[in-house]
Design a protein around this ligand. Structure first.
Ligand code: 6MZ
Ligand code: ZN
Length: 386
């Protein structure tokens, strides 16, 4: 390698490390899409040994790179076979939080579809209990799961503990849960999910998501449940415009949820409307490029929204499935669109405004960023924005 090349590699490496050290807020992560490949392979091996699946077939599917959106969503049916029992759900929830915390995600909203599975004695409620058990089982980091008013020994007026210089203090991560309505569900099943979210609001559940195969189902099927959530004051985020369904995109914008995910296939009129409504957008770069929602990283609609100062937040969607991480998404923004470190810091910090958690949590997160700003500045002697 010549010196120029060496310098380039070193600076890329340094930028990647900086993106890991940056405190980050993750607002769009599906539990079953964020499972480690090693865990999926281990679970597949166990089921293969029992003769439930053919391990070699599954292995190839898990390890394949670059899939279309329908292929990805089909893959979830396989993931769900691998993760059907309560213990496995608990295990993956624990690992997913550990993985996000390890890359300095300081606030994480995990979304998941509560599942009924009679054969396993699983109800939507018991599925969610298993998820929460997993969050409580994390001991590598301090997981803050409840809003301050429902905690007895509240420690939310926290001293931020972002570790950038080898401190031994435990890291802290705020975790909240969103319940996903799957587009395959009936109106009644969707209403059940909203009612479950209400029942579990003191256990870390703070919002509702609409997701699943975008070519399946009708907006009118979920609308009563989403309307119900709105009336109950439960924040809502919706997967919007993964395919060019004009009528549905229009209806989603008219519904005006607290946040929207993806917004890939909007036409000029819809785009203008999104911008005038200022609905915060969960941007999932790698996911969109891999599933064809965006033609390439360079042509991703991030640039347009960012330049227009539209509220947005970088997210992973399915970091396991797409072999990415939130730090990598920040790195990609720097490498593709030329954002500087101060701009990346500002982007990460701005995401605090769009979290569904209460004002106390937002206040604590602002402290976390203030504290990190000093440390990051000390580390790389760069000027951060005021
Ligand atoms: C790639 N873009 C996407 N578009 C739409 N829905 C998606 C998705 N990625 C994930 N999901 C939704 O999340 C479920 C997996 O997590 P949980 O079992 O809920 O934890 C998938 O089955 C699908 O319904
Ligand atoms: Zn998603």
């Amino acid at each position: 390698m010549d010196t120029d090349m060496e310098r380039k590699v070193a600076s890329e490496e340094e930028m990647r490390e900086w993106c890991v050290a940056l405190p980050k807020v993750e607002l769009h992560a599906h539990l079953n899409g964020s499972v480690r490949n090693s865990t999926l392979l281990e679970l597949a091996k166990q089921l293969g040994d029992k003769g439930v699946i053919v391990f070699e077939d599954v292995k190839d599917v898990i390890m394949k790179d670059g899939r279309s959106l329908p292929e990805c969503l089909k893959l979830f049916d396989l993931f769900h076979i691998l993760t059907t029992d309560h213990d496995t759900v608990t295990r993956i929830a624990k690992e997913v939080v550990e993985d996000f915390a390890a890359e300095n995600v300081v606030y994480l909203e995990i979304r998941t579809t509560p599942k009924n599975n009679e054969a396993k004695g699983m109800t939507k409620r018991s599925y969610m209990n298993a998820v929460i058990e997993g969050l409580k089982a994390v001991d590598a980091v301090d997981v803050v799961l409840f809003d301050s008013k429902s905690r007895t020994n509240d420690t939310l007026t926290c001293t931020p503990t972002i570790e950038l210089d080898g401190d031994t203090k435990k890291k802290r991560i705020y975790v909240r849960l969103l319940l996903s309505i799957d587009r395959r569900e009936t109106t009644l099943a969707a209403l059940d999910t909203v009612n479950l979210a209400l029942e579990m609001k003191d256990q870390g559940v703070i919002g509702i998501d609409l997701s699943g195969n975008p070519v399946v189902g009708e907006w009118e099927t979920y609308l009563p449940a989403l309307q119900h959530a709105k009336e109950l004051g439960i924040p809502i985020t919706i997967h919007c415009g993964e395919v060019a369904n004009r009528k549905e995109i229009q209806a989603m914008l008219d519904f005006c949820p607290q946040r929207l995910g993806h917004v890939c296939c909007l036409n000029d009129v819809e785009w203008k409307k999104l911008k005038s409504l200022m609905i915060p957008v969960e941007i999932c770069l790698t996911s969109n490029v891999m599933t064809g929602g965006a033609p390439s990283l360079e042509l991703h609609h991030f640039a347009d929204l960012y330049n227009a100062k539209h509220p947005l937040s970088l997210c992973t969607d399915d970091c396991g499935l797409f072999s990415t991480s939130l730090s990598n998404e920040y790195y990609l923004v720097a490498a593709t669109f030329g954002l500087s470190k101060p701009e990346l810091f500002h982007l990460a910090q701005e995401a605090v405004q769009f979290v569904f958690a209460d004002e106390n949590v937002k206040k604590s997160l602002k402290e976390v960023f203030k504290h990190a700003e000093k440390r990051l500045t000390m580390l790389s002697e760069i000027g951060m924005p005021n």
